[in-house]
Design a protein around this ligand. Structure first.
Ligand code: ZN
Length: 377
């Protein structure tokens, strides 16, 4: 799957609607540190399904059949992540009996959303983050690369060579033999570097991690093409004999650093916007108007957030308080899940969503726990 998969999926969920308010979404934390056994996960899943069932009373009669089908489909869901993927969370959205499962490599908090929209917050936040890396191990003989994507690891290529033993053949001098081996090693590393560079067109990888003995990694670095040079995030001269778990750890570490750097840039841009622009939408009312006017390029949110959002049933405009729509005078309605409404409206207007994972850092967003970078300021 290309790295563009997550944004496309987030956008599709943001556009999903049920006029009768019968979409049912369950978000479940699968982090092994929180839920150690399958039985525990099963219990928590059924508690979420029961919580969803209790929302039936509030539904219009017209939506009940769709709602019942959704709840039954979720109750029957297998909760089996794809093979070989390190999974920490699941978002399951049921539109009648049709369930869309999105497995996430980062932790989430349990919640239930029933309404006209799908739960899209976590997936939107996930879509904006770097999630794809190439890990490559090189030596005089090795040139093996794997792709890490969202918790899963797959091999990309194996450009290994098994140097022929030329000892005793035709009276090679030791020095000639050494030069021959050095040249062969160099050609082999060049070949691996060229194969790596060709990946630029195949996937939207965010980071490259290079492992192997220092003489090989430094020679390899000199052979890298322009794209690969620019994307090397880490070189580990002390790491050998990579296995799946080690590849995951190295990729997640590199992507974690990349994410931290990206977050720092977003906060710097936010501080600059606030200093420069008196109309920076820092209160919820101004922020929701900016979202409705398609002025938000990136919505930043705290990791846990309960926010009141009202929307116009006529034109979809958002507001932080109940009033009549300024465009068409229709009385606005409270959204069952404010944060999902906000994120969906940002996504459908080509914006992105960044969830600040650290609650302490998120305080810089302001008392409402949300902030927005605008396009035209
Ligand atoms: Zn309106």
């Amino acid at each position: 799957m290309a790295a563009t998969g997550a944004p496309t999926r987030a956008r599709a969920l943001a556009e999903l609607r049920s006029d009768d308010g019968a979409l049912v979404s369950l978000v479940v934390d699968l982090d092994p540190r929180d839920t150690p056994t399958r039985a525990d996960i099963g219990r928590r899943w059924h508690a979420l399904v029961d919580a969803a069932r209790r929302e039936r009373e509030g539904l219009e009669r017209a939506g009940r059949a769709q709602f019942d089908a959704a709840v039954e489909a979720l109750a029957a869901a297998g909760l089996t992540p794809p093979d070989g993927v390190r999974v920490r969370g699941l978002v399951a959205v049921a539109d009648g009996g049709d369930v869309t499962e999105t497995w996430l490599a980062q932790p989430v908090a349990d919640r239930v959303v029933v309404g006209s929209r799908a739960a899209v917050w976590e997936i939107a936040g996930h879509a904006a983050r770097p999630t794809s890396a190439v890990v490559i191990e090189v030596s005089r003989e090795l040139g093996r690369a794997w792709r890490y994507q969202d918790g899963s690891v797959g091999e990309l290529f194996d450009a290994g060579v098994h140097a022929e033993r030329r000892h005793g053949q035709g009276g090679w001098e030791q020095a000639d033999l050494q030069r021959w081996h050095d040249r062969e090693a160099r050609l082999h590393l060049r070949d691996a570097a060229e194969r790596l560079e060709r990946l630029r067109t195949e996937y939207g990888h965010h980071a490259i991690v290079v492992c192997g003995p220092v003489e090989a990694t430094s020679a390899f670095s000199e052979e890298l093409g322009p794209w690969a040079s620019e994307h090397v995030a880490a070189v580990h001269a002390d790491v050998r004999d990579l296995q799946t778990d080690g590849i995951r750890d190295l990729a997640e570490e590199a992507l974690g650093e990349l994410r931290a750097g990206r977050e720092e840039e977003l906060f710097e841009a936010l501080a600059a916007q606030r200093a420069r622009d008196a109309s920076s939408p820092d209160d919820p009312e101004g922020l929701m108007a900016a979202v409705s006017d398609a002025r938000v390029s990136c919505l930043l949110t705290a990791p846990a957030l309960d926010i009141d959002v009202f929307s116009c049933p006529q034109c979809g405009r958002l507001a932080a308080h109940f009033h009549e729509c300024p465009l068409d005078g229709t009385p606005m309605q409270k959204e069952p899940s404010g944060i999902d409404a906000l994120c969906a409206e940002v996504l459908v207007r080509d914006g992105s969503v960044w969830i600040v994972p650290d609650a302490e850092v998120a305080r810089a967003l302001g008392p409402a726990g949300v902030a927005a970078l605008t396009r035209f300021s």
